[in-house]
Ligand binder design. Structure first.
Ligand SMILES: Cc1cc2nc3c(=O)[nH]c(=O)nc-3n(C[C@H](O)[C@H](O)[C@H](O)COP(=O)(O)O)c2cc1C
Length: 310
């Protein structure tokens, strides 16, 4: 292996050792991954969505496997801000990857309160704003589908975040994702992540009932990858490239080849979600595979690859 290959990336002003993150909600608060891999190999880590108060989430069944993917309707189950600060922050403080806290809420004030409480924490590089969760009755995706709402919540949270980086996480379930991306960038987003899950449904034909207790859920995994690659490329061309806003690309990444597709499409970094449930230690292999690709293609610096679609 040619160690001269540089796969470190500049992501909204912070240096990542490599462009690979784990995606929110699929690796808890990092300690869950420790039995499977050295978390310090990652470029970045994103926590499960944190809300002001603990949430039990939706009734079960709340996950189901589908062809080349899965549906989930977890409904933002999490331990809440106080327990996060007390129990999980000390673990995250010891990590070398950049740590982002994914913030969620039912109201703008709730998002702001979560971010305000954490903005002074040295262990945290920034926040990922979940305005694209399809599995809650109030809040979630409803903040992320209308440009004026996106602008309002982004600007309120950016003011609360101070010097920390704000990534706004976009839903694929909109008419024109670039309009939403533009609203977030104009309101102060430092980076964009896309995509969250796609609203979807599975039906049990024997009972004629939806499989999920919540009736609908969010589709993730390899089934959504071509949609996510398309949307990353669209947002890169129409918004991110000219505004020099980095994209964190995700949706169905399982291998280094998948990650490289997203980078060529315009992502500066990538996140791996559902694949962690199939193979929890897959991210180090993806990082190695990206390096090997760069060596094979004589790419000295991964920067050359970002948005390099012919
Ligand atoms: C079980 C599960 C839980 C998730 N929880 C969250 C969450 O708490 N916050 C969030 O922003 N996204 C959440 N997501 C969405 C993922 O972070 C990611 O955007 C999506 O699954 C697409 O990537 P993937 O196909 O690699 O999984 C969750 C996804 C799954 C499958």
């Amino acid at each position: 292996m040619n160690e001269d290959v540089d796969i470190s990336v500049d992501f909204a002003g912070i240096r990542l050792a490599n462009p690979v993150f784990t995606a929110s909600g699929t690796c808890g608060y990092a300690d869950e991954l420790a039995d499977f891999m050295d978390v310090n190999q990652l470029g970045g880590f994103i926590t499960k969505s944190i809300t002001l108060k603990p949430r039990k989430g939706n009734a079960t069944p709340r996950i189901v496997e589908t062809d080349s993917g899965m549906l989930n309707a977890i409904g933002l189950a999490n331990i809440g801000l106080d327990a996060f600060v007390e129990e999980k922050l000390p673990i995250l403080e010891k990590l070398s990857p950049a740590v982002f806290v994914n913030a969620a809420g039912l109201t703008i004030d709730e998002y702001v309160a979560v971010v305000k409480r954490l903005t002074g924490e040295k262990a945290i590089s920034g926040f990922e704003l979940n305005i694209s969760c399809p599995n809650v009755a109030k809040g979630g995706i409803s903040f992320g589908t209308e440009p004026t709402q996106v602008a309002e919540i982004t600007s309120a949270v950016k003011s609360a975040a101070g010097e920390k980086i704000l990534i706004v996480k976009l839903s694929p379930a909109v008419t024109d994702i670039s309009v939403i991306a533009r609203a977030a960038v104009d309101a102060g987003a430092d980076a964009l992540s896309l995509v969250n899950t796609i609203p979807a449904m599975a039906i049990d034909i024997e009972t004629r009932k939806p499989v999920l207790a919540n009736k609908t859920g969010g589709l993730s995994g390899p089934a959504i990858k071509p949609i996510a690659v398309y949307l990353v490329n669209k947002v890169y061309n129409e918004v991110a490239k000219d505004s020099e806003i980095p994209i964190l690309g995700l949706g169905g990444i399982r291998t280094a080849s998948d990650a490289i597709e997203f980078i060529i499409a315009g992502a500066s970094a990538v996140a791996v979600g559902t694949a962690n449930f199939i193979e929890p230690g897959c991210t180090p292999k993806i990082i190695e595979g990206i390096k090997r690709y760069c060596v094979r293609k004589e790419i000295q610096n991964i920067k050359e690859l970002i948005g390099s679609l012919e």
